[in-house]
Design a protein around this ligand. Structure first.
Ligand SMILES: [Zn+2]
Length: 483
């Protein structure tokens, strides 16, 4: 290859790499806009639910980016447009004063600002437990998640259990806090920021959406641009790596090209390359992506399927929401792929709606062996002894049956604040029998089901959720063998 074309290649890669941060910021800016809207008319009771189904960004990453967008850190945001890695930029909000951002940026550009080192490195040595102790720690984590009412990571759940134990907090106090309704968020307007935005070249200049529909259109546009950018960059990088073109570009190694030339890590490029190559090697998935299957679902399919089951998984992905597909692939990863696929096939044959299964919300079994903080076994024992949610009475038993998990197939939030919802309202002759109820989180109950924006009704053994805009999800009660 001539030097000229290696240069052209590098130039295109540089502009694609730059566009990454700009597109992420554009997406975060849109999410910050959605955060300030009532999402119930779209059928979502919360921003995380909306983002999971429509954006596919992980909770922490999304929150950090939105925090950066909402901050006054104009210079930091602009530095992202000029190649400051996003992983560094998101460290600034909340830690850097706007009048100190220039100094902070200088340090960041010298490489002196690093993400906080993984806590794991500094952690005390762990102990290995199994049997009863492992089951108890598992139960304590489950209970911690229930009372916090948020999908805590393992580390988060352990911190909550350890913290409660160290302070010897009374169980009643922990439970009272769990039942409290959080204050509604207080949204400041998003500060405007000027300056050229490289995302403009790909998705046009920034503008506020006119309404929710318009917002969804813009969201779609940005996501398409992000997808195309990722795959194109992956392809170009693959070509460079295959032919060793980085040397013609003046870099000794691929890592050096990534770092010095593109301002990103070689790991990111490898990830893009792997995805682009996988899509090429799996034409069924590749075609589905071209036809509109989002990359998150596509990646779940690629991770889970065997060559002979790929087509089946694509079908499942096209007929399920993101949350549901995540659950399905988790079940498959437990060695149940054949059964999972058979059950979804059965469900998909019953309806033309999107499908979901009730039983996949069952808790994961306790791992046989785990390595944990040395205090955790004792703290876990104390925690499950101390924090005892009182047994539900009457119609409230519906909540226990559903493990306090919101049965809205797009929500799945688990919280002690869950409500028991009548499928046939009492005013319409519905009974207080458990078969007439589902557990729903307070948001889905008050903002969706009771405003009539979302209808929930029983059809035989299934429960059908119909959302604004006409999308419907049928939730099947699956055969016992599957549980
Ligand atoms: Zn819910």
């Amino acid at each position: 290859m001539r030097l000229g074309s290696a240069e052209a290649l590098l130039e295109e890669m540089v502009s694609l790499a730059r566009a990454g941060g700009a597109l992420d910021l554009r997406l975060a800016r849109l999410i910050a806009w959605f955060k300030r809207q009532d999402l119930a008319p779209l059928g979502y009771s919360s921003l995380p639910t909306f983002c999971r189904e429509r954006v596919g960004w992980g909770g922490t990453w999304q929150r950090q980016l939105v925090r950066l967008v909402e901050s006054d850190l104009k210079l930091v945001k602009r530095a992202v447009f000029h190649g400051l890695p996003m992983t560094v930029a998101i460290l600034a909000p909340g830690r850097v004063e706007p009048n100190e951002q220039a100094t902070w940026l200088m340090a960041a550009l010298r490489g002196e600002v690093r993400p906080p080192r993984s806590k794991r490195a500094a952690a005390v040595p762990k102990v290995v437990i199994h049997g009863r102790l492992a089951r108890q720690v598992h139960a304590a984590r489950d209970l911690a998640r229930l009372v916090v009412g948020w999908p805590l990571s393992v580390r988060g759940a352990d911190a909550f259990v350890l913290g409660s134990w160290r302070q010897q907090r009374p169980g009643e106090e922990i439970l009272a806090e769990a039942r409290e309704t959080p204050a509604p968020p207080d949204h400041e307007p998003v500060p405007a920021w000027g300056g050229p935005d490289p995302a403009t070249a790909l998705v046009g200049p920034w503008r506020e959406p006119v309404d929710l529909e318009d917002g969804l259109r813009l969201l779609e546009e940005v996501q398409r641009a992000r997808r195309e950018r990722k795959l194109r960059l992956g392809c170009l990088y693959a070509r460079v790596a295959r032919k060793g073109l980085h040397q013609e570009m003046g870099f000794d190694t691929l890592a050096e090209m990534a770092r010095e030339g593109l301002g990103c890590s070689v790991r990111t490029l490898e990830r893009h390359r792997k995805l682009a190559e996988q899509l090429e090697a799996n034409p069924v998935v590749g075609r589905a992506v071209e036809e509109g299957l989002d990359l998150n679902r596509a990646q779940l399919v690629l991770k889970t399927s065997q060559p002979e089951t790929t087509a089946d998984w694509v079908e499942v992905a096209q007929r399920t929401g993101v949350l549901e597909l995540q659950r399905a692939t988790r079940m498959a990863a437990r060695g149940l792929e054949e059964e999972v696929l058979a059950t979804y096939k059965w469900a998909m044959a019953q309806t033309t709606n999107t499908v979901a299964l009730r039983a996949v919300q069952e808790p994961a079994p306790a791992p046989a062996v785990m390595a944990v903080h040395p205090d955790l076994p004792q703290a876990a024992e104390w925690f499950v002894e101390t924090v005892r949610p009182e047994p539900q009475k009457g119609f409230g038993k519906v909540k226990e049956r559903d493990r306090f998990v919101c049965q809205n197939p797009e929500c799945g939030r688990r919280s002690l604040r869950a409500h028991a919802h009548h499928l046939v309202f009492r005013s319409e002759g519905g009974s207080d029998d458990e078969t007439n109820g589902v557990a729903v989180c307070s948001g889905c109950h008050l903002r969706l089901a009771h405003t009539g924006l979302v209808s929930v009704r029983r059809e035989g053994d299934a429960v059908v959720w119909t959302y604004p805009g006409g999308r419907s999800v049928t939730v099947f009660d699956v055969p016992r063998r599957f549980r």
